[in-house]
Design a protein around this ligand. Structure first.
Ligand code: EZ4
Ligand code: CO
Length: 405
């Protein structure tokens, strides 16, 4: 079997997605997700100009060798654009192998370690009451874990809240230039512990709770927040601080027993190596699309397991349904799976372009048994939704200093 053609599609059914289709001389094809939110066309150029020509006529079954060729074989290793491009090819090759074998990808990884995939939903709101009412709705739907994000009083536009937008799946397509949002660490610190206090008073301690700091705090500030949140038993605090310097997490760890999760912007195991071996984190949140594919994620999971770190792949709506399906296969297999972030299955427009094998019931994601990843990309529908330049917001402190979004 040979790789005959590789197509790269960009479509915007509410937000931009980059999709790769690897087609073989025997007609079998595989699909992969290469979306990097706000930098989509950089991955397209990387794939079309620098990856696709090298893969024509290669054997698609040589997944490991092709991964090594695209990673180790290239002097300019790592980085989000490179690794998303490699990831999409890798996903597509696992999809092909599964289709040829007549087996779902989780079977190729080693089979199921569990029946259902525990998912956490997003309860958010403009006020504390709205956020807590939404938490109640998630509990009623059977969710076992929920992320809480609330607009911070006195700040216009807080990460994780929708403002006047309809939903996550339409959030980004109308941002042709980066919008700006203000940030105040003191306003945030004075508010968030009260949100979790009231959540526990209203709903008790059975529901597991998560919060995403989105890297807005320094290590000592997040250590302080972690301590303030200890009475409210979080499942984890996400992106408590940026980890460009992995040593910073030791400061957080030294001061709080609130579990820590990080990794959605990591693109190789090297971004997390010190965090793992020093046991300064509890969950690794790298996505298959941004971490170089299924091949390295399996290695990362086994490495993390040696240090009691569990996998909790990023599940944002800017990952395409192909990545969400790949996560489901991975999560069914990974012995050290923790939890999957889950924001629903999107809009009718999104589902006209992508179909996926996932369903949700009583707090768990389930995967229909189909060969490969079990996803389809409708090329004709995709063409109806042209790419729109779009950006994530930029954050400034109230005095104008640029900060982490
Ligand atoms: O901000 O995916 O946990 N989820 C997140 C996301 C990220 C976006 C960035 O593209 O932090 O909402
Ligand atoms: Co996050």
């Amino acid at each position: 079997m040979k790789i005959e053609q590789i197509k790269v599609f960009v479509s915007c059914p509410g937000r931009n997605f980059v999709t790769v289709k690897v087609i073989t001389d025997e007609g079998v094809y595989g699909l992969g997700d290469a979306t990097v939110n706000g930098r989509e066309m950089a991955v397209v150029a990387y794939l079309e100009e620098h990856v696709v020509p090298c893969l024509i006529n290669r054997d698609p079954h040589q997944i490991e060798d092709i991964w090594q060729y695209l990673y180790k074989g290239v002097y300019w290793r790592r980085g989000p654009i490179t690794m998303a491009a490699i990831a999409a090819i890798d996903m597509a090759l696992w999809d092909i192998k599964g289709k040829v074998a007549g087996l779902p990808v989780y079977q190729l990884l080693g089979g199921k370690s569990r029946e259902g995939i525990t998912a956490y939903g997003h309860a958010n709101g403009e006020t504390m009451t709205e956020t807590l009412d939404n938490l109640g709705k998630f509990i009623e739907q059977g969710f076992k874990a929920v992320r809480l994000q609330c607009a911070i009083p006195g700040l216009g536009g807080t990460y994780g809240t929708l403002g006047d937008k309809k939903d996550y799946f339409e959030l980004q397509s109308d941002r042709p230039l980066p919008p700006e949002q203000p940030w105040s660490t003191s306003k945030y610190m004075n508010f968030i512990p009260e949100l979790f206090k009231q959540a526990r008073e209203r709903y008790g301690y059975e529901i597991q709770l998560v919060h995403d700091v989105h890297s807005r705090l320094t290590p000592i500030e997040s250590a302080h927040l972690g301590k303030l949140l200890e009475p409210f038993n979080l499942m984890f605090l996400e992106d408590a601080s940026a980890a460009d310097n992995q040593d910073g997490y030791q400061i957080i760890r030294n001061h709080t027993t609130t579990p820590l999760a990080i990794g959605e912007i990591f693109n190789t195991v090297w971004d997390a190596k010190d965090l793992i071996v020093n046991q300064t984190i509890d969950y690794l949140r790298t996505a298959i699309t941004h971490g170089g594919g299924i091949t390295p994620m399996k290695k990362m999971a086994d490495f993390a397991a040696m240090y009691n770190v569990r996998m909790a792949p990023h599940g944002a709506p800017d990952l395409s349904p192909i990545c969400h399906a790949a996560h489901a296969h991975f999560n069914l297999w990974a012995p050290n799976f923790g939890v999957q972030e889950f924001i629903g299955f999107g809009t009718a427009k999104l589902n006209s372009v992508f179909s996926h094998p996932l369903s949700f019931d009583n707090g768990y994601i389930h995967l229909e048994d189909k060969p490969g990843l079990g996803v389809e990309y409708n090329e004709e529908e995709g063409l109806k939704h042209a790419y729109k330049r779009s950006y994530l917001p930029v954050t400034r402190l109230e005095d104008g200093t640029l900060w982490y979004w």
